[in-house]
Ligand binder design. Structure first.
Ligand code: NZQ
Ligand code: ZN
Length: 396
């Protein structure tokens, strides 16, 4: 077994501006002579006043808007923003929204200056998977803590026509800055709050639940984030409880779950996400709600491969200790059960039947994984499409 942290290089250039009434800081973060395009989603930012505050902060700068980026942003919509930038010449982009808007803006920022067809920024059978060597500068104003897109370089895009939900990443697609106002979460409904807690939890698990390499900082940091989510989760999903301290912890935990601080030099899985993306693509289920279904089944099916880390998870995260008179397997099984109960307590689905799917839906999901070249995934590269079938089946 490999031991010790692998060689790594790590750099995260995004400036975080966190706290109350921080949108006004945009004025000092974007060049005075920038021509700015503000991009947003289905309208929540206009309804709840964020948009007007952003416009005020831009002062005398020239600006225009591009709205209508949908949840699970589509290539077909985003390419219209690329065309608008090419036609009208913007040199700074500002994403105001959740992960979908921020992911979308990463694609638009790179697509607007890509040499060739922007579809070729993507692999997985959709494009040529060419490297992204430049992008327009952009900042973000976060309205939904969940994806950590505000402090990473990933972008997940849905291709409606080609029926694919896939990602790209580049050193050029980190936001230059992100404004994190915890009070922006006060308008989120319970379902989106639960989505944020669960997506963050599973981002940590993808980097943690593999095999031990004696990476003490990464492990303990991950365990701290998981314990924080377990502790604050019930209060976060109470949509009427606008406790600033709770929402501030929620927002910063979500960012840290996938800003890569916990994952340099350690094995990572991401199979749960790959299986979940196919469920979103095929059935339109929210990203996090696919994960709360897949992860418990993944833990059961991959118990042997993940044994040591599952035991560590049981002991350190759920405090199921050596003096509990349980065998190691009983500790692991109890930790899996507690994970499921936690997700269910937040109002999230944990079975196919909770979202009206059944065994007849599995073959199509497995075929899509093959079509999108998502075979031999996981921390060991040994997770086959037969394993995927087993995980989906265990989730029925
Ligand atoms: O579109 P609007 O009207 O703004 O409404 C949104 C949307 O309907 C609403 N919302 C956002 N902020 C709000 C609000 N409603 C009230 N008050 C607010 N403050 O919430 C809905 C969902 O928003 P969305 O951005 O889709 O959610 P999320 O942040 O969960 O993003 C999901 C997308 O991110 C991708 C997912 O695959 C999915 O496409 N991911 C991106 C990752 C990354 N970049 O690293 C990693 C993740 O694993 C994930 O794959
Ligand atoms: Zn996720």
């Amino acid at each position: 077994m490999e031991k010790g942290i692998r060689n790594f290089e790590f750099q995260n250039p995004t400036k975080i501006v966190f706290g109350k009434d921080q949108i006004k800081r945009i004025d000092s973060l974007i060049p005075q002579d920038a021509k700015v395009l503000i991009l947003y989603g289905g309208g929540s930012v206009k309804k709840f006043g964020m948009f007007d505050r952003v416009v005020e902060a831009l002062g005398t700068r020239e600006w225009a808007e591009f709205g209508g980026i949908e949840a699970n942003p589509t290539y077909e919509t985003l390419i219209q923003a690329v065309d608008k930038i090419k036609a009208e010449g913007y040199d700074y982009l500002l994403a105001v929204g959740g992960g979908s808007v921020i992911d979308g803006v990463k694609f638009v920022a790179a697509g607007a200056v890509f040499d060739g067809d922007p579809v070729d920024m993507f692999g997985s059978g959709v494009g040529k998977g060419l490297p992204v060597t430049k992008a327009l500068p952009f900042g973000t104003v976060l309205t939904l803590p969940a994806t950590a897109s505000e402090m990473n370089n990933n972008s997940v895009v849905t291709f409606v026509e080609k029926q694919a939900k896939i990602s790209f990443a580049s050193p050029h697609t980190y936001p230059q800055f992100s404004i994190l106002e915890p009070e922006a979460t006060y308008t989120l409904p319970k379902r989106q709050l639960a989505n944020g807690v669960i997506d963050s939890f599973i981002h940590v698990m993808e980097a943690y639940l593999t095999y031990p390499v004696d990476a003490k900082v990464q492990d303990r940091w991950a365990e701290g984030l998981l314990q924080t989510l377990i502790e604050i989760g019930p209060d976060v999903v109470d949509e009427d409880n606008h406790d600033y301290a709770t929402r501030a912890n929620f927002m910063w935990t979500a960012t840290n779950a996938l800003n890569r601080f916990i994952s340099p030099g350690v094995p990572q899985d991401w199979a749960t996400h790959q299986l979940g993306h196919e469920m979103t693509l095929a059935f339109g289920i929210d990203h996090a709600r696919t994960l709360s279904i897949v992860l418990p089944a993944m833990m059961k099916v991959r118990k042997q491969q993940k044994w040591d880390k599952l035991l560590q998870y049981a002991e350190r995260v759920w405090d199921i200790r050596g003096d509990s008179n349980l065998t190691d397997e009983e500790k692991i099984d109890l930790a899996i059960k507690k994970t499921e109960d936690f997700f269910a307590s937040l109002g999230a689905p944990i079975r196919f039947s909770d979202v009206d799917l059944d065994e007849t839906d599995i073959p199509g999901l497995v075929e899509a994984l093959v079509r999108h070249k998502k075979e031999n995934i996981s921390e060991r590269g040994d997770f086959t499409t037969e394993d995927a079938r087993a995980v989906y089946t265990a989730a029925l």
